[in-house]
Design a protein around this ligand. Structure first.
Ligand SMILES: C[S@@+](CC[C@H](N)C(=O)[O-])C[C@H]1O[C@@H](n2cnc3c(N)ncnc32)[C@H](O)[C@@H]1O
Length: 220
């Protein structure tokens, strides 16, 4: 999707993707990542997900990237966290209280930005992007995230003839195909969540499945 599409969603508060509470699969399955205390967790396309505060409260450091300045400032303000803004190359880095959010384009991130990252929490990034961009997204993610870092990845799947994205439908087989032989994929849980998404039911969906995956290097 074009940047303007997302800026407009934030400026008009059309953010039905924002859960406003900790993701249930994250709460249930997070321990499976078996992270050391103080791990830096990268959250791509982070929005203002409260999951970031939850991760921080578990003793980790959070590094997010998000296009929208509205989302980034809302995150800090709504969680009553003080923050400091500085320009860092093509990004504005907004940070405070164990969370740093890089405001700018995910595709401008380099390995250097993520050198300290020890894990990834990725909810609803793949489903935010059309198929051709999903290919680019995964290629870029794999090129910048340290190889040893496990990823907790959440996607949605639905009958594609019922609705046009976003959110786009991303199945288990697509996740396996996109990460290919680069990573080991484990489906941690799948849940029917259409009752929690009345807006998508109105758009025509009869079913909506949320999948949570552990994506890790083979030698982990
Ligand atoms: C579907 S939302 C998911 C937000 C968040 N992960 C959550 O679970 O609430 C996708 C987010 O990605 C952001 N985004 C889209 N393209 C981006 C890009 N190229 N770089 C950084 N952020 C982007 C949008 O502004 C939006 O907040």
């Amino acid at each position: 999707m074009e940047h303007e599409f997302w800026h407009q969603r934030w400026e008009t508060n059309a953010i039905s993707f924002h859960e406003g509470r900790v993701n249930a699969a994250l709460e249930r399955q997070f321990e499976r990542l078996a992270l050391a205390p103080g791990t830096t967790i990268f959250v791509p396309l982070c929005g203002k997900a409260v999951d970031m505060r939850w991760l921080r409260d578990r003793g980790h450091t959070v590094l997010g990237v998000e296009l929208s300045r509205v989302a980034v400032r809302d995150f800090f303000n709504e969680n009553a966290m003080t923050y400091y803004e500085e320009e860092v190359g093509p990004f504005v880095r907004v940070s405070g209280d164990g969370v740093a959010l890089l405001c700018g384009d995910f595709f401008e991130l380099t390995r250097d930005h993520l050198a300290d990252v020890g894990a990834v929490y990725d909810r609803a990034s793949l489903v935010a992007l059309p198929a051709n961009m999903r290919r680019r997204y995964v290629a870029h993610l794999l090129s910048i995230v340290p190889r040893a870092a496990p990823m907790f990845t959440v996607t949605f799947e639905y009958r594609e003839h019922e609705m046009d994205g976003p959110p786009f439908s991303v199945s288990e087989s697509e996740v396996r195909a996109r990460f290919g032989s680069e990573r080991h994929i484990e489906l941690l849980e799948s849940r029917e969540i259409i009752d929690e998404a009345p807006g998508l039911r109105e758009r025509g969906l009869s079913e909506l499945h949320e999948h949570a995956f552990l994506v890790a290097s083979w030698d982990r």
